[in-house]
Design a protein around this ligand. Structure first.
Ligand SMILES: [Mg+2]
Length: 369
């Protein structure tokens, strides 16, 4: 049984701003560029009380909280603070999987400090972050990553929640399915039509039904309903492309590329994008990337794009691609035209041959007479 901690800094960028500027403390702070296409990068808990949330359009946030103080994001500074948080994590384990600048999974099944329980490790980490960085973090402790993530959300802000292996069912069964990772509004509505609203009801569904309704994600739902998550904590693994793209939309810099709802929605389906556009977005990386992570992502994305291009070329060569298909259509059209011309020529020649035969026959008859 593994012991996983999900550590999540509370309103990270806004908290850093409030920590470094005492005048901002206790006030609604929104970290975002104040322009029409910008989105909220972070909101202090004072701003959240007005309904302001991360990734919300900045203009909407301003309407919700007119007294909010807008601060332009300072990512180099947040990166520096994030490095400090990472250093604290490293005292306890080397198995750290960063999710973004303010979130990480830690596998503390075997921790470096010899603390007897994962709960004690999480408590120590939170205390060290508070004392050394003057910031707060929430943490979830559980036997796997998805449960640890749900646990860290349970006591936010500045909280610790532990799901022991024998408490998984008590936690999961009453949980609304919308809280499960990957269950968005569409999936939630589809589940509701099947009469499924809680973890308990989801668990009652057979795998075949889930697969029929949700394809391969049905298998994941089947596992989630049983508290199963086989994903390992991969040290310094860059965020998957899909996550990176969404993360990018939420944290785009100022100027023409200010994050917008439209872009946010668009990038959630990377497969729908043309290669050039996809690669230009992904290769830029995100502010949460370390240099190594960015290099790793570039390499992975380049490989994936190259594989997709090769696939497309292969299809094209075997005559299944769109370009080749139209070429085939053109050749077929040309052949048909040639055949038609040949037929016309033969048909138009028939009277000539008939007159030739009749003429010859008359000549022979005349000679005989
Ligand atoms: Mg956070």
């Amino acid at each position: 049984m593994r012991k996983i901690i999900h550590a999540d800094m509370d309103a990270f960028y806004a908290s850093v701003e409030q920590r470094d500027n005492p005048e901002l403390r206790g006030k609604p702070v929104i970290v975002a560029w104040k322009c029409t296409r910008s989105v909220v990068c972070a909101a202090s808990y004072e701003a959240r009380a007005f309904g302001v949330r991360s990734a919300m359009p900045a203009m909407r946030a301003e309407r919700l909280c007119p007294t909010a103080i807008f601060i332009a994001p300072d990512f180099p500074r947040y990166r520096e603070v994030s490095r400090g948080v990472r250093e604290i994590f490293r005292r306890h384990t080397d198995l750290i999987e960063p999710v973004s600048l303010d979130e990480a999974y830690l596998d503390v099944t075997e921790n470096k400090t010899g603390l007897p329980t994962a709960t004690l490790v999480a408590r120590t980490i939170r205390e060290q972050i508070r004392q050394e960085l003057n910031l707060t973090a929430s943490a979830g402790v559980a036997p796997n990553k998805f449960l640890a993530k749900l646990a860290s959300d349970r006591r936010k802000p500045d909280g610790l929640f532990v799901i022991q292996p024998d408490e998984v069912d008590a936690f999961l069964l009453p949980l609304p399915v919308g809280r499960l990772p990957g269950v968005g509004k569409v999936t939630e509505e589809k589940l509701a039509k099947l009469g499924i609203r809680t973890g308990k009801e989801l668990r009652a569904l057979e795998l075949a039904v889930l697969e029929h309704e949700f394809g391969c994600y049905g298998v994941r739902l089947y596992e989630l309903a049983r508290g199963i998550d086989p994903r390992r904590t991969r040290a310094d693994d860059p965020a998957p492309c899909g996550e990176a793209l969404v993360s990018l939309a939420q944290r785009t810099p100022s100027g023409a590329n200010c994050g917008s709802q439209t872009e946010d929605q668009r990038v959630q389906d990377p497969d729908a994008k043309p290669y050039a556009e996809l690669s230009s977005i992904v290769l830029r990386g995100t502010d949460s990337d370390s240099a190594e992570a960015t290099r790793a992502r570039r390499s992975r994305v380049a490989t994936a794009l190259s594989a997709r291009r090769r696939g497309a070329e292969q299809l094209s060569r075997t005559g299944k691609g769109h370009g080749t298909a139209s070429a085939f259509r053109m050749k077929a059209d040309q052949s048909a035209a040639a055949a038609l011309a040949g037929c016309c020529f033969i048909i138009s020649s028939i009277p000539f041959f008939i007159s030739l035969v009749v003429g010859s026959a008359l000549c022979v008859a005349t000679i005989q007479l």
